[in-house]
Design a binder for this molecule. Structure first.
Ligand code: PBG
Length: 327
């Protein structure tokens, strides 16, 4: 008698069974929608390199937040674009800054929506780097001190979570200490712990108007050639008090998401960045790929790699497409 042959196709032919046995699923509740709010803007402005994405005025950002909330997306991450940049980043921590005003308004109108704020200086400094610059160098410790003030100002405005994305060493500790000192010991910090110096961020520069005026960010963001360094970054940020960590970009970095997830027991998310969005949108616009199918596939790959949550420009679309959940 011969052994019955392995027939894996038995589990694939019936679509319902296929769904039942799918190992990973993508849910609306896994997603965080990025939102850009620009000071002095009337209405909203399309972002050329990210079709379907916009910069919003304060008022429009509130409407956008309401849409996000009504779609069942649990969170948004807010980026601010000030009317005036300077060499000190004053608008980044001003009580009346664009992000501080927007956070307060959004929280007032959408009290249940989780409002995460991106904590960085690149949108606020005239040279566009993520930290203070002296004689052509990006300074670490001076930047960390400012970043802590920025995070505190977001907390005071009503942010639910702060997310430092600057990649200065020691910033999580400085932020944690200042938050604790000022009565925000309950406020979680998502650290962009593993952030690579990626060419996939280019379209974001149109969105957040933060292109560096000289050089690039490889003096502080990670080298894409390195994997083990991701452990050192994560370990350091967790020791400094980070509650959740992000890996960024997502596409092309599944190995990193996976390894960080295996090694650390904290929640791990990933950020599907602007270039991933632009690339898929562009090919879909030409009819070369099916946007919806590719988006489910790439986002499922992130879940499969181990991401517990995904910051994605498609969050709203996925919520609409999947009506709560899809595989
Ligand atoms: C700010 C910041 C960037 C992104 C998120 N926060 C830009 C950068 O580091 O150059 C990129 C997000 C994206 O490309 O979608 N430091």
């Amino acid at each position: 008698m011969s052994v019955s042959p392995l027939r894996l196709r038995r589990l694939r032919e019936n679509p319902r069974l296929r769904k039942l046995v799918s190992e990973h699923k993508l849910f609306t509740q896994d997603l965080v929608q990025p939102v850009f709010v620009k000071e002095g803007l009337e209405g909203r402005a399309a972002i050329a390199s990210m079709p379907g994405q916009f910069q919003f005025s304060e008022t429009e950002a509130v409407k956008e937040a309401q849409k996000i909330e009504s779609l069942g997306i649990p969170a948004l991450i807010l980026f601010g674009i000030p009317a005036k940049k300077d060499t000190r980043g004053l608008e980044a921590f001003s009580k009346k800054g664009i992000i501080q005003r927007a956070v307060a308004k959004i929280k007032k109108n959408c009290p249940k929506l989780l409002v995460i704020t991106d904590v960085c200086l690149c949108e606020y400094l005239s040279h566009g780097h993520c930290g203070h610059v002296r004689r052509g160098r990006v300074l670490n410790d001076a930047s960390v001190a400012t970043l802590a003030r920025v995070a505190l100002s977001h907390a005071e405005a009503g942010a639910d979570v702060v997310a430092p994305s600057d990649m200065m060493d020691g910033r999580v500790l400085a932020i944690r200490r200042l938050l604790d000192k000022r009565g925000f010991e309950h406020l979680p910090v998502i650290s962009y712990a593993v952030k690579y110096a990626s060419a996939f961020y280019s379209p974001f520069r149109d969105a957040a108007e933060n292109a560096p005026g000289f050089g690039d960010r490889s003096g502080y963001q990670m080298n894409p050639a390195n994997a083990r360094e991701a452990f050192r970054e994560t370990e350091a940020d967790l020791a400094e008090g980070a509650d959740l960590v992000l890996v960024k970009p997502a596409l092309g970095y599944g190995d990193i998401i996976h390894r960080v997830k295996e090694k650390f027991s904290c929640p791990v998310g990933c950020y599907s960045v602007s270039g991933e969005y632009a690339m898929i949108k562009a090919a879909a616009e030409r009819g070369w790929i099916d946007e919806k199918k590719v988006v489910f596939e790439t986002h499922l790959s992130m879940k499969r790699a181990g991401a517990g949550f995904i910051v994605s420009y498609w969050a709203k679309d996925i919520a609409r497409w999947g009506k709560g959940g899809s595989s």
